[in-house]
Design a protein around this ligand. Structure first.
Ligand SMILES: [Zn+2]
Length: 241
Protein backbone atom coordinates (compact mmCIF):
# COMPACT_ATOMS: atom_id res chain seq x y z
CA UNK A 1 0.00 0.00 0.00
CA UNK A 2 2.83 2.34 0.76
CA UNK A 3 6.54 2.08 0.11
CA UNK A 4 7.57 4.36 2.92
CA UNK A 5 7.74 2.31 6.09
CA UNK A 6 7.78 5.18 8.59
CA UNK A 7 4.74 6.92 7.16
CA UNK A 8 2.99 3.57 6.88
CA UNK A 9 3.53 3.11 10.60
CA UNK A 10 2.19 6.59 11.27
CA UNK A 11 -0.95 5.82 9.34
CA UNK A 12 -1.35 2.50 11.09
CA UNK A 13 -1.13 4.31 14.40
CA UNK A 14 -3.79 6.78 13.34
CA UNK A 15 -6.02 3.97 12.17
CA UNK A 16 -6.56 3.08 15.80
CA UNK A 17 -9.08 5.88 16.15
CA UNK A 18 -10.18 6.09 12.56
CA UNK A 19 -12.70 3.23 12.68
CA UNK A 20 -14.56 2.28 9.53
CA UNK A 21 -13.86 5.53 7.74
CA UNK A 22 -10.18 5.00 8.18
CA UNK A 23 -9.91 1.55 6.75
CA UNK A 24 -11.82 2.53 3.63
CA UNK A 25 -9.92 5.77 3.14
CA UNK A 26 -6.69 3.95 3.88
CA UNK A 27 -7.41 1.49 1.12
CA UNK A 28 -8.41 4.13 -1.34
CA UNK A 29 -6.53 7.25 -0.35
CA UNK A 30 -2.88 6.30 -0.40
CA UNK A 31 -2.26 4.62 -3.69
CA UNK A 32 0.98 5.51 -5.35
CA UNK A 33 0.61 6.20 -9.07
CA UNK A 34 0.37 2.98 -11.05
CA UNK A 35 0.03 0.81 -7.98
CA UNK A 36 -2.71 -1.79 -7.93
CA UNK A 37 -4.31 -3.03 -4.74
CA UNK A 38 -4.13 -6.70 -4.00
CA UNK A 39 -7.75 -6.72 -2.92
CA UNK A 40 -8.89 -4.52 -5.83
CA UNK A 41 -10.58 -2.14 -3.40
CA UNK A 42 -12.42 0.62 -5.24
CA UNK A 43 -11.01 4.12 -4.87
CA UNK A 44 -12.62 6.21 -2.14
CA UNK A 45 -14.97 8.93 -3.45
CA UNK A 46 -12.59 11.60 -2.15
CA UNK A 47 -9.53 10.02 -3.77
CA UNK A 48 -9.38 12.82 -6.33
CA UNK A 49 -6.74 15.20 -7.64
CA UNK A 50 -6.26 18.29 -5.40
CA UNK A 51 -7.03 20.55 -8.37
CA UNK A 52 -10.31 18.75 -8.97
CA UNK A 53 -11.20 19.31 -5.33
CA UNK A 54 -10.39 23.00 -5.75
CA UNK A 55 -12.65 23.19 -8.81
CA UNK A 56 -15.49 21.70 -6.77
CA UNK A 57 -15.07 24.46 -4.20
CA UNK A 58 -14.89 27.18 -6.86
CA UNK A 59 -18.02 25.87 -8.59
CA UNK A 60 -19.83 25.59 -5.27
CA UNK A 61 -18.93 29.16 -4.31
CA UNK A 62 -20.15 30.40 -7.70
CA UNK A 63 -23.51 28.73 -7.02
CA UNK A 64 -23.63 30.27 -3.54
CA UNK A 65 -22.86 33.76 -4.88
CA UNK A 66 -25.56 33.36 -7.55
CA UNK A 67 -28.00 32.07 -4.91
CA UNK A 68 -28.41 28.82 -6.87
CA UNK A 69 -27.13 26.42 -4.20
CA UNK A 70 -27.99 22.79 -4.85
CA UNK A 71 -27.23 21.23 -1.47
CA UNK A 72 -30.61 21.52 0.14
CA UNK A 73 -31.65 17.90 0.77
CA UNK A 74 -29.79 17.10 3.98
CA UNK A 75 -31.50 13.80 4.65
CA UNK A 76 -30.23 12.31 1.39
CA UNK A 77 -27.35 9.97 2.09
CA UNK A 78 -27.73 10.30 5.86
CA UNK A 79 -27.76 6.55 6.45
CA UNK A 80 -24.85 5.94 4.08
CA UNK A 81 -22.79 8.53 5.97
CA UNK A 82 -23.41 6.91 9.34
CA UNK A 83 -20.40 4.62 9.20
CA UNK A 84 -17.98 6.37 6.90
CA UNK A 85 -16.87 9.81 5.70
CA UNK A 86 -15.10 10.98 2.55
CA UNK A 87 -14.46 14.71 2.86
CA UNK A 88 -12.68 16.07 -0.21
CA UNK A 89 -11.44 19.31 1.38
CA UNK A 90 -10.20 20.40 4.78
CA UNK A 91 -11.02 23.95 5.80
CA UNK A 92 -9.31 26.05 8.44
CA UNK A 93 -11.82 28.85 8.87
CA UNK A 94 -12.59 31.66 11.31
CA UNK A 95 -15.20 31.12 14.04
CA UNK A 96 -17.03 34.23 12.77
CA UNK A 97 -20.75 33.47 12.58
CA UNK A 98 -20.97 34.98 9.10
CA UNK A 99 -18.53 32.46 7.62
CA UNK A 100 -20.18 29.05 7.17
CA UNK A 101 -17.98 26.88 4.93
CA UNK A 102 -20.64 24.36 3.86
CA UNK A 103 -22.90 27.22 2.75
CA UNK A 104 -20.13 29.32 1.21
CA UNK A 105 -19.00 26.39 -0.97
CA UNK A 106 -22.45 24.82 -1.41
CA UNK A 107 -21.42 21.43 -0.04
CA UNK A 108 -23.37 18.86 1.94
CA UNK A 109 -22.64 16.97 5.15
CA UNK A 110 -19.58 14.76 4.78
CA UNK A 111 -17.96 16.89 2.06
CA UNK A 112 -15.86 19.25 4.16
CA UNK A 113 -13.63 18.60 7.16
CA UNK A 114 -13.85 21.94 8.96
CA UNK A 115 -11.80 23.46 11.76
CA UNK A 116 -12.88 26.83 13.04
CA UNK A 117 -11.01 29.18 15.34
CA UNK A 118 -11.11 32.97 15.52
CA UNK A 119 -8.42 34.23 13.16
CA UNK A 120 -8.09 30.89 11.30
CA UNK A 121 -4.60 29.98 12.50
CA UNK A 122 -2.85 26.64 12.97
CA UNK A 123 -1.94 25.49 16.45
CA UNK A 124 -0.88 22.03 17.61
CA UNK A 125 -4.38 20.70 18.23
CA UNK A 126 -5.61 22.08 14.94
CA UNK A 127 -2.64 20.55 13.17
CA UNK A 128 -3.36 17.18 14.76
CA UNK A 129 -6.93 17.33 13.45
CA UNK A 130 -5.66 18.23 9.99
CA UNK A 131 -3.14 15.40 10.13
CA UNK A 132 -5.99 13.02 10.92
CA UNK A 133 -7.89 14.41 7.94
CA UNK A 134 -4.95 13.92 5.61
CA UNK A 135 -3.51 10.63 6.86
CA UNK A 136 -6.68 8.78 7.77
CA UNK A 137 -9.49 10.36 5.79
CA UNK A 138 -7.37 10.93 2.69
CA UNK A 139 -8.29 14.61 2.18
CA UNK A 140 -6.58 15.93 -0.99
CA UNK A 141 -7.05 19.69 -0.46
CA UNK A 142 -6.51 22.00 2.52
CA UNK A 143 -7.79 25.57 2.51
CA UNK A 144 -6.93 28.30 5.01
CA UNK A 145 -9.97 30.56 4.76
CA UNK A 146 -9.73 34.12 6.04
CA UNK A 147 -12.51 36.66 5.63
CA UNK A 148 -13.19 40.38 5.38
CA UNK A 149 -13.88 42.41 8.54
CA UNK A 150 -12.31 39.80 10.83
CA UNK A 151 -12.57 40.92 14.46
CA UNK A 152 -9.63 38.77 15.55
CA UNK A 153 -7.36 40.38 12.97
CA UNK A 154 -8.65 43.87 13.89
CA UNK A 155 -7.95 43.20 17.56
CA UNK A 156 -4.42 42.04 16.75
CA UNK A 157 -3.73 45.21 14.76
CA UNK A 158 -5.08 47.26 17.66
CA UNK A 159 -2.81 45.49 20.14
CA UNK A 160 0.25 45.96 17.93
CA UNK A 161 -0.43 49.58 17.03
CA UNK A 162 -2.04 50.93 20.20
CA UNK A 163 -0.85 48.55 22.91
CA UNK A 164 -4.43 47.69 23.79
CA UNK A 165 -4.73 45.17 26.60
CA UNK A 166 -7.26 42.38 26.12
CA UNK A 167 -8.95 40.33 28.86
CA UNK A 168 -8.93 36.61 29.56
CA UNK A 169 -7.17 34.35 27.09
CA UNK A 170 -7.50 36.74 24.16
CA UNK A 171 -3.80 37.72 24.37
CA UNK A 172 -2.95 34.09 23.50
CA UNK A 173 -5.04 34.30 20.36
CA UNK A 174 -3.51 37.64 19.40
CA UNK A 175 -0.07 36.13 19.92
CA UNK A 176 -0.91 33.42 17.39
CA UNK A 177 -2.03 36.01 14.84
CA UNK A 178 0.88 38.41 15.34
CA UNK A 179 3.39 36.82 12.92
CA UNK A 180 1.20 37.25 9.86
CA UNK A 181 -0.21 40.62 10.91
CA UNK A 182 3.22 42.07 11.75
CA UNK A 183 4.48 40.92 8.37
CA UNK A 184 1.63 42.81 6.69
CA UNK A 185 2.01 45.96 8.79
CA UNK A 186 5.74 46.13 8.05
CA UNK A 187 4.81 46.96 4.45
CA UNK A 188 2.73 49.98 5.58
CA UNK A 189 -0.32 48.90 3.58
CA UNK A 190 -3.08 51.33 2.56
CA UNK A 191 -5.64 48.99 4.10
CA UNK A 192 -4.03 47.34 7.16
CA UNK A 193 -7.01 45.07 7.91
CA UNK A 194 -7.21 43.70 4.37
CA UNK A 195 -3.44 43.25 4.09
CA UNK A 196 -3.20 41.61 7.51
CA UNK A 197 -6.05 39.23 6.71
CA UNK A 198 -4.26 38.06 3.55
CA UNK A 199 -0.85 37.80 5.20
CA UNK A 200 -2.29 35.82 8.09
CA UNK A 201 -3.79 33.38 5.58
CA UNK A 202 -0.52 33.09 3.65
CA UNK A 203 1.49 32.68 6.85
CA UNK A 204 -0.71 29.77 7.94
CA UNK A 205 -0.61 28.20 4.48
CA UNK A 206 3.20 28.20 4.74
CA UNK A 207 3.03 26.81 8.24
CA UNK A 208 0.75 23.98 7.14
CA UNK A 209 2.84 23.11 4.09
CA UNK A 210 5.92 22.86 6.29
CA UNK A 211 4.20 20.89 9.05
CA UNK A 212 6.20 17.69 9.46
CA UNK A 213 5.81 14.83 9.11
CA UNK A 214 2.34 14.14 7.73
CA UNK A 215 1.24 17.26 5.85
CA UNK A 216 4.68 18.22 4.50
CA UNK A 217 5.16 14.69 3.18
CA UNK A 218 1.71 14.60 1.54
CA UNK A 219 2.39 17.98 -0.09
CA UNK A 220 5.83 16.87 -1.33
CA UNK A 221 4.28 13.76 -2.87
CA UNK A 222 1.57 15.81 -4.58
CA UNK A 223 -1.21 13.99 -2.73
CA UNK A 224 -2.29 17.18 -0.97
CA UNK A 225 -2.41 20.82 -1.95
CA UNK A 226 -2.58 23.66 0.59
CA UNK A 227 -4.10 26.93 -0.59
CA UNK A 228 -5.22 30.19 0.97
CA UNK A 229 -8.40 32.13 0.34
CA UNK A 230 -10.35 35.11 1.62
CA UNK A 231 -14.14 35.15 1.88
CA UNK A 232 -15.85 38.46 1.21
CA UNK A 233 -18.77 38.67 3.62
CA UNK A 234 -20.51 41.38 1.61
CA UNK A 235 -20.48 39.60 -1.76
CA UNK A 236 -20.25 35.94 -0.72
CA UNK A 237 -17.33 35.51 -3.07
CA UNK A 238 -14.19 33.56 -2.15
CA UNK A 239 -10.93 34.82 -3.62
CA UNK A 240 -8.18 32.19 -3.77
CA UNK A 241 -4.75 33.72 -3.16
ZN1 LIG B 1 -12.68 36.32 11.77
Amino acid sequence: MCNDHSSDMTRRGLLGFGAAAASTAFAGGFALPGQAFADEAPAAPNDIDPDKALTRLLDGNARYVANTSTNTDFSAGRLARAGVQYPFAGLLSCADSRVAPELVFDQGPGDLFVLRVAGNFVDMNGLASIEFGVAVLGIPLLVVLGHTNCGAISATIDVIENGTELPGHLPDLVGALKPGVERALAEKPANPLEASTRENVLYNVEKLKAATPIVSEAVAEGRVKVVGAVYDIATGKVEFL
